[in-house]
Design a protein around this ligand. Sequence first.
Ligand SMILES: [Zn+2]
Length: 75
Amino acid sequence: MRLNEYKEGMTMAIVTKPQNKFESKGYVHCPICTHTVEAQVVVAGRTARVKPGQKCPRCSSTLDAAYVLRLERAA
Ligand SMILES: [Zn+2]
């Protein structure tokens, strides 16, 4: 019985946490207007990407091609 509980616990851990993935607000560099703007950033493991479907508040172009400069998160 104890072994079964242990196995179920292991499975739960794998299912609920496949990767350290979360969303955060961050600063991204817009390649169109070359300004740094705030955007939602998706962090998966060690890579941070701009969340798709966002627009630059300055030039209204898509931020999909922008790169993340830094994240704004509580340490
Ligand atoms: Zn822009």
